[in-house]
Design a protein around this ligand. Structure first.
Ligand code: ADP
Ligand code: MG
Length: 336
């Protein structure tokens, strides 16, 4: 039968994102444990019905690399989406708790995300649009799965008061206003892999004292995206660069009062500067296998048309090696 709010019992809060909150719940009639995402939407009843229809498409997704869906229902003014509960949470939480992810595991993340993207694109003609560590989930079987993919154009349009799809994982072409493509997801994957391998987000504001030349094409400083980005940027910044960014702030003041930094400078850096590398400028050069470096560089080609699609990237040496290495993902997952 259909999912009903009264059949669900809250067990714990799993997290808060810019789209809503996620609860661990029990479906009382079946005893199933699920993750329930509550999204505040701002849409007319007809649009809501369309959103529900689109979400039900995810019901038909059947892949070991995609978090499965139990369905969705409206709880005015929210929409509740019930999905498979992944008991080890998302990779952002994992690395923030236990530090940089071992490079072999990062390889498994890369392979799993590519498999998931190929499945979504080939079978359902869906582009993910929001690849980032918090949308890559792990369970204690060692399975790695994607969630929160852009199935519903209507949902994306009507999520109240947020910047869905605007994040620091955006590709240069997206920042410049181009449409999403599978290659945009590949850029976001490259940034994600470096973040996991380094244990920190790879971009930071550097010494170069450049003035902003472009006007923002998105949001005002008061929008919630700012705080969300602050959360992502806070760990990677060294105290020195934090001081610099405060000093050099172009007036983007962040709610929450932790620090000021210029999001616009960061986005401009993504567009203007060379892409980040897996072998960082720090002392850890040489720590990562060459094949991993080659793969990540292929993800982070700045020109969209030169970036390869997921099916091509699956053939890279690093991925093939990872998939045949017999890595004990279950063992690793149990240890985190
Ligand atoms: P974001 O992805 O921006 O962090 P979300 O609202 O999508 O925001 O998710 C909030 C958090 O809830 C995620 O970071 C993740 O840790 C957790 N989460 C989401 N979906 C699941 C799930 N199916 N199983 C377990 N944890 C989940
Ligand atoms: Mg999410």
């Amino acid at each position: 039968g259909p999912l009903r709010q009264e059949d669900l019992r809250n067990l714990a809060e799993l997290g808060m994102g810019n789209g809503g909150s996620v609860m661990k719940v029990e479906h009382i009639p079946t005893g199933l444990i699920m993750a329930k995402k509550i999204v505040l939407i701002d849409a007319k009843p007809t649009v809501r019905k369309q959103i529900l229809r689109e979400i039900h498409i995810t019901h038909s997704c059947n892949s070991p690399y995609i978090v499965s869906s139990f369905g969705a229902y409206i709880l005015d003014p929210n929409i509740c989406i019930c999905m498979e509960f992944m008991d080890k949470g998302s990779f952002d939480g994992i690395y923030k708790r236990s530090g940089a992810i071992p490079i072999d595991v990062v390889g498994m993340v890369a392979a799993s995300v590519l498999e998931g993207l190929v499945y979504l694109y080939d079978v359902h003609h869906i582009i993910h649009r929001d690849i980032k560590p918090s949308n890559i989930l792990l369970n204690s079987l060692g399975e790695i799965k994607l969630c929160d993919f852009g199935v519903s154009g209507e949902l994306i349009n009507s999520i109240a008061n947020t910047f869905v799809g605007t994040s620091v994982y955006m590709s240069p072409e997206r920042i410049q206003g181009a449409e999403y493509s599978v290659e945009s997801d590949i850029w976001s994957l490259g940034i994600t892999l470096i973040e996991l391998a380094h244990g920190r987000f790879p971009f930071y504001l550097d010494d170069a004292d450049q003035e902003l030349s472009a006007q923002p094409r998105f949001g005002s400083p008061r929008e919630p995206m700012q705080r969300d980005m602050l959360d992502m940027l806070a760990p990677p910044m060294s105290p020195a660069s934090r001081r610099r960014s405060r000093r050099r702030s172009k007036g983007v003041s962040l709610q929450g009062g932790v620090q000021e930094l210029s999001i616009l400078e960061l986005l401009q850096q993504i567009v203007m500067e060379p892409p980040p590398r897996l072998i960082s400028s720090e002392k850890d050069g040489g720590k990562f296998p060459k094949a991993a470096d080659v793969f990540v560089n292929a993800c982070l080609i700045k020109e969209q048309r030169d970036r390869k699609p997921p099916a091509e990237l699956l053939k890279y040496e690093w991925i093939e090696h990872t998939l045949t290495s017999g890595l004990q993902m279950k063992k690793w997952a149990e240890s985190v």
